[in-house]
Design a protein around this ligand. Sequence first.
Ligand SMILES: [Zn+2]
Ligand SMILES: [Zn+2]
Length: 377
Amino acid sequence: MSDGLSARSQQSAPAPPAPGRLVPVAFVVCNVLVLYNIYTWLHVVPMINRESTRSRGMVEACVFNILVGLMIICYARCLLTPPGGIPDREEDPDWEYVGQDGRPSQMREGLIETKRDGQRRHCKWCAKYKPDRCHHCRVCRTCVLKMDHHCPWIYNCVGFKNHKFFFLLLFYGCLSCHFITWTMLETVQASINNDRIDQSSPLDSASRRFGLNAAASRHADSAGTSVMPLFWLLFGETLAAVFGLFVTTPFFGFHMYLMVKSLTTIEFCEKTAKGEHFSGYHRGLWCNMRAVLGDNFLAWPLPICPPSGSGLVFTLAEEMVSPRPLEAGRGYGSVKRSGRHGSRRGGKSTLLESPLAPEKGGRSLEGEHIFSSSEQA
Ligand SMILES: [Zn+2]
Ligand SMILES: [Zn+2]
C-alpha cells in the first residue's frame, strides 16, 4: 500500500473526545431533567395528594414515566451503539482498497452503487471500498454504514445499527413533550387563576417564601400559587410545547417520511437537490418499515431487536432490477437479490416515474456524487 493511503488511513482513526462536543448532550440531559422534575413535583405529586384527582394523577404518573423511561433508554442506545462501519482487513479483506494501477476494480457481488465511471466506490480517507449507502463522516472520521446523518445531540452518527434507536428516540421524545403539554395545561391554568385570586392573601405571601416546597405541601386546589412554582410551571409548559410542537413533531414526521420512502437524510438531500423523490431501495411500506424497525413486528416500539443483516448489502427495489445487463457507468454494479426481504414484492411501481430508472437512474446512485455530499456531514 502506498504511503498516501497509509497516511489517509491514519486520518480515519476515531476522533478524539472533544469536551465541546458534549455540550449538546448536556443540553438535552438538562432539559429532560428540568421537565421531568417540573411535571413530577408541580403536577403529578399535587394531583396524587389531592383526593379528587388521585386516580388521574396515578395514571398520568405511570404513562409519563413509561414514556420518559423508553425515551431515556433510546437516547442511551443512540449514544452508545456504534452506527456500523466497514469491516477491517482481518474481518473481510475484500473491503480493503488496493488502488487502481490503471486497472478497473473488481466489483463485489451484491453491490449496486458505483462511481460515474462504473468503478467500485471507495473512501480516500479510510482507504476502503464503500458498501452501498455508506458514507464517510468527517466528525467521526470514519465511514458509516447506511449513514443517515451525524447528530451532535447524540454525539454519534446515525447509521445502520442505531437508526432504529434514533427513530424511537424521536417518537418517544415527541410523545413525552405532547403528553406534558396537554396534561399539565390544566394545572398551569389553575395556578394562574389561583394566583390572581390570592394575590393579597397573607397565607399566599408566606407560601411564596417557601417557593417549590410550598407547592408540594399546599395541595388544596392546584399545584401552588406562589411565584416560583408558577414560574416553573409556565417555563415547563412553554419548553414542552416548543419541543413538542416545533422540534420533535416536525423532525419525527420527516423521519417517518424517510422511512416510508426508504431514504436516508443524505439520500433525501441528494435527491431533493436534483428534484427527485424516489429511492432505489423502496420495496413497499412493510419492507421499508422492517428495514428500519427490525424484523420482529412486536418489537417495533421497543429499543431492542434492530434490523438484522450486516448493513453491507441492500436489496434494490423490485422495479429497479433490469431484466437485461446494465452498461458500465450507469451507476449500477452487479445486481443480486440478497437479504431477508429480497423475495417480497415492493409496493407502488416507480419504474416509469423513478429518477433511478436506467434512462436517468445511474446518476442517482453514483457513489462519488453521494460521497461528496456526505463529506459535508
Ligand atoms: Zn471513510
Ligand atoms: Zn459522525
